[in-house]
Design a protein around this ligand. Structure first.
Ligand SMILES: CC(C)(COP(=O)(O)OP(=O)(O)OC[C@H]1O[C@@H](n2cnc3c(N)ncnc32)[C@H](O)[C@@H]1OP(=O)(O)O)[C@@H](O)C(=O)NCCC(=O)NCCS
Length: 301
């Protein structure tokens, strides 16, 4: 069943799901992955699972095997989600639930979330070819003279957590992911991205920080992972508010693209909240195009 889901991730998102599958199987073997499976004629037709992170529940996955035999509707998805949502909302100490369902088109599985009091945030999956005929030319960018880019290092965790917290203050993405709201949350986010394979394998070669030449203060960063042998994914890009609009964001993106090109990657993908128009504009200017629209859901009780 996981291999069927892996094929869907590969087809829709150019994403090799094998490291995620391995992690899921390890959790299942250890009997520490709560969730529900839909059984029909003694066969599993679909599943949805979640994880607890302190007082938060995160819905990690929802998959129903094609073909969907119930008339193109989403009854199986809806009923799996209903069970997961009810379980989480009734779990003692759980005050927040987050879900991002990348392989489901926006709105298709929204009903149980909206009925359960969740807010919905449409998000875009965007892709940029970095090699071959489709790769757009890279625009010339000049960083402010006081700044320079250098590769991400293991010593950057603390500074990066500070940058993320500052960059997402009052930002829509901090509504979607509450880790961005505190230094400790941002550190947890970074730890997950850099040390665990849930969102691809971290790629230090295409991850950079923008630093002030004199003070060495970090003012922006880009982190990329490898989600397929030849596809990179931006897991984080942000610039502190004081340095916005000076092409630091564009320079970070271009540094990542050039690094991926050098290592023979074919494409770079990312996800961005539709309402984050500043970032969407930047990505479009660099040649990214929208491949899918999916939803993030958030409940606070
Ligand atoms: C998105 C972000 C990284 C962009 O960084 P930046 O350094 O401000 O971006 P740049 O200066 O390189 O701007 C490049 C393009 O972004 C857009 N942009 C920049 N400032 C803008 C503004 N004030 N209003 C609207 N668009 C703007 C423009 O298209 C701009 O191109 P232009 O300079 O030719 O007009 C930065 O705004 C940020 O950290 N935001 C908060 C975190 C975030 O949203 N990260 C992305 C999550 S997917």
């Amino acid at each position: 069943m996981l291999d069927q889901e892996a094929r869907v991730w590969s087809r829709l998102l150019a994403w090799d799901y094998s490291s995620s599958s391995e992690m899921i199987l390890r959790y299942v073997d250890a009997k520490i992955l709560p969730g529900y499976a839909a059984i029909e004629d003694k066969r599993i037709r679909g599943y949805s699972f979640f994880v607890y992170e302190q007082s938060k529940g995160v819905i990690g996955d929802l998959f129903v095997a094609p073909p969907n035999t119930n008339g193109g509707g989403h009854q199986l998805e809806d009923s799996l989600l209903l069970h997961v949502i009810e379980t989480l909302q009734q779990s003692p100490g759980i005050h927040r639930i987050e879900a991002q369902l990348l392989i489901h088109n926006s709105d298709t599985v929204a009903r149980p979330f909206l009925d359960g009091g969740f807010r919905r945030f449409p998000r875009l999956f965007m892709l940029l070819p970095v090699r071959g005929e489709d790769a757009p030319p890279i625009p010339p960018i000049s960083l402010p003279a006081a700044l320079e880019l250098r590769k991400w290092t293991e010593q950057d965790f603390q500074a990066a957590a500070g940058i993320i917290t500052a960059a997402y203050r009052g930002h829509v993405d901090a509504e979607i992911n509450d880790q961005y709201r505190s230094h400790s949350g941002s550190l947890r986010f970074l730890n997950n991205i850099v040390r665990f394979p849930g969102c691809g394998i971290f790629d230090p070669d295409s991850s950079f920080v923008a630093v002030h030449r004199l003070t060495r203060a970090v003012v922006g960063l880009i982190l990329c992972s490898r989600v397929r042998s030849d596809v990179g994914h931006v897991t984080q890009v942000c610039v502190v508010p004081e340095y916005r609009g000076k092409q630091v964001g564009a320079a970070l993106m271009i540094a990542a693209v050039n690094a991926l090109k050098r290592h023979n990657f074919a494409a770079l993908s990312l996800t961005v909240t539709e309402a984050n128009t500043r970032a969407v504009d930047l990505y479009k200017q660099l040649g990214f195009s929208i491949k899918r629209v999916f939803d993030a859901f958030v409940w606070e009780g």
